[in-house]
Design a protein around this ligand. Structure first.
Ligand code: CP
Length: 305
């Protein structure tokens, strides 16, 4: 029988996300209890695009559960470089492992992959489309800081066009009550129309602005993002837009005391290092949280009690 996969954050209900958060919190409180839960299991990490956090936190998660890991971190070191199709790679690796986390530059690649194996497939980022496990990390961080997902004004700043973490986070957060989005981007990097149509259909409040300070005093969350150089068609456009937003202490002067500043990382120049000391900066905690929520996800997909 085909196992459960995570391709899009909508694959999990709000209740299932609550359960994952409960398990992740329990793992933090009682680490030893989980250290042999995946004895004998193998996670494959197939990364056709670069990664630090997602790949290594998945590997750390499986190792901390007592399992083992195998995989590759760039397509040039796999037989993709000899012309092997994604389908064939997945079909073979499905026989070497119990669960696969994959990142691929092509949007929709994980949907192709899941048809080729019975082992659970986890989308660890597909092009500029989705990044659901980053969203689980983001939701876990929001819950730990705010204790609720309702009644939040969320500023999303930077590359809202190509930023897959933004697309997945909006998709997740629009399911909660009284959510408002402040979409802060240069005109060239606005949220895609198809996403705004969904917000309109669901009557979710949002405003678009190019000015990071305009709504700063209303925000409960400020989610900064990097301009996604790898998705640009020409370097000139990237160079023109890459430093459009640089969050500094001065720009935070009207922000709430209980604002949380998030970023999926890697950061380039969009958050000045002076902000790292601000108690509201949560992006490194966010990266640490990724291990525990991914441990909870692996347990769920492998149906480990
Ligand atoms: N946040 C994130 O996906 O980081 P990596 O690209 O380093 O995995």
């Amino acid at each position: 029988m085909k196992n459960r996969c995570l391709i899009d954050i909508k694959d999990f209900s709000k209740e299932e996300i609550d359960d994952l958060i409960k398990v992740a919190n329990d793992i933090i409180a009682h680490r030893d209890k989980y250290s042999h839960k995946c004895d004998g299991k193998i996670l494959a990490t197939l990364f056709f695009e670069p990664s630090t956090r997602t790949r290594l936190s998945f590997e750390s998660a499986m190792l901390r559960l007592g399992g083992k890991v195998l995989g590759f971190s760039e397509s040039s070191s796999s037989s993709t470089s000899k012309g092997e199709t994604l389908g064939d790679t997945i079909r073979v690796v499905g026989g070497y492992s119990d669960i696969i986390a994959m990142r691929h530059p092509k949007e929709g690649a994980p949907t192709v992959a899941l048809k080729k194996t019975i082992v659970p497939i986890i989308n660890a980022g597909d092009g500029g489309h989705n990044h659901p496990t980053q969203t689980l990390t983001d939701l876990f961080t929001i819950y730990r800081e705010k204790k609720s997902f309702d009644n939040l004004t969320i500023g999303l700043c930077g590359d809202l066009k190509f930023g897959r973490t933004v697309h997945s986070l909006i998709t997740a957060m629009m399911r909660y009550k009284n959510i408002k989005f402040v979409l802060i981007s240069p005109k060239e990097l606005k949220l895609p129309d198809y996403m705004k149509e969904i917000l309109d259909e669901k009557k979710i409040k949002y405003v678009e602005t190019t000015n990071i300070e305009e709504h700063m005093n209303q925000l409960d969350i400020l989610y900064m993002t990097r301009v996604q150089r790898e998705r640009f068609f020409n370097e000139e456009d990237y160079l023109r837009l890459k430093d459009y937003y640089i969050l500094t202490k001065k720009k935070l002067k009207n922000a709430k005391d209980n604002l949380i500043i998030m970023h999926p990382l890697p950061r380039v120049t969009e958050i000045a290092q002076e902000v790292d000391d601000d108690k509201r900066a949560k992006y490194f905690e966010q990266a640490y949280n990724g291990v525990y929520i991914r441990m909870a996800l692996i347990l769920k997909l492998l149906e480990v009690k």
